[in-house]
Design a protein around this ligand. Structure first.
Ligand code: C5P
Length: 222
């Protein structure tokens, strides 16, 4: 098929989804947030006390998990077995456990399969950690996003504070540092820059500047 896939990978909290949403909106592509899929699986495992070291239990649980996206006026919503879990998956409890769940081979196999299906025949912007390396190694455009960890933590802290006034900057920073470490050192599809990815360090770039830069890379292909 000749649909276009834009793959955006990078570290935690460096604005992948902000850029992906803006691009999708501008280009009329469908935005697929693969981190939300791993977060929804994590939420299911937490709610049902699934032992993540028990492969049989994990595989069984995966058969009971149905993840989908639903467009809505306030952006795309994530559904876990038809329940809107978009807000719940952003809580610290999920953030603290998601890298463990995302490191499980069976979980990744199931999610990658679903992601490949979602981007099979329509133009998509997909963000995550392994999109340009594993999910769509032949994506027409690959971006690798990064930013100073301290700046990333400050951005994420500001975003979480209104809904979680007890949260601390140290907690947010530690979570980001831990996820960076776990995501880059795991055996299964570690976060790594694809050789043909365009690097975008957005520490000192506004969302509009990032959008303009990226559109400049995509437009020639349309
Ligand atoms: O993008 P987000 O921060 O929401 O992703 C949450 C977690 O899901 C990441 O820290 C990573 O462990 C995992 N993830 C992944 N592969 C993806 C997307 C997310 O392993 N494609």
């Amino acid at each position: 098929s000749n649909n276009i896939v834009v793959a955006i990978d990078g570290y935690s909290s460096c604005g992948k989804s902000t850029l992906a949403k803006a691009l999708a909106n501008k280009l009329r592509f469908v935005y697929i947030d693969t981190g939300a899929m791993y977060r929804a699986v994590t939420l299911y495992f937490l709610r049902n006390n699934i032992d993540t070291t028990d492969t049989g239990k994990v595989t069984h649980a995966l058969n009971d998990i149905h993840i989908s996206f639903k467009p809505s006026p306030d952006g795309v919503r994530v559904l876990l077995n038809n329940e809107d879990v978009s807000d719940e998956i952003r809580q610290m409890e999920v953030a603290s456990n998601v890298s463990t769940v995302a490191a499980i081979r069976e979980v990744r196999q199931a999610m990658v399969k679903l992601q490949q299906l979602m981007g099979k025949s329509i133009d998509v912007i997909m963000d995550g950690r392994d999109i340009g390396t594993q999910v769509f190694p032949h994506a027409q455009v690959k971006l690798f996003m990064t930013a100073d960890p301290q700046i990333r933590a400050e951005r994420r802290y500001k975003e979480l504070l209104p809904k979680n006034p007890a949260i601390t900057m140290a907690e947010v920073y530690d979570n980001i540092a831990k996820r960076d470490h776990d995501d880059t050192t795991r055996d299964e599809s570690p976060l790594v820059q694809a050789p043909d990815a365009i690097v975008l360090d957005n520490s000192y770039l506004t969302p509009d500047e990032q959008l303009a830069f990226t559109l400049g890379k995509i437009k020639p292909l349309l």
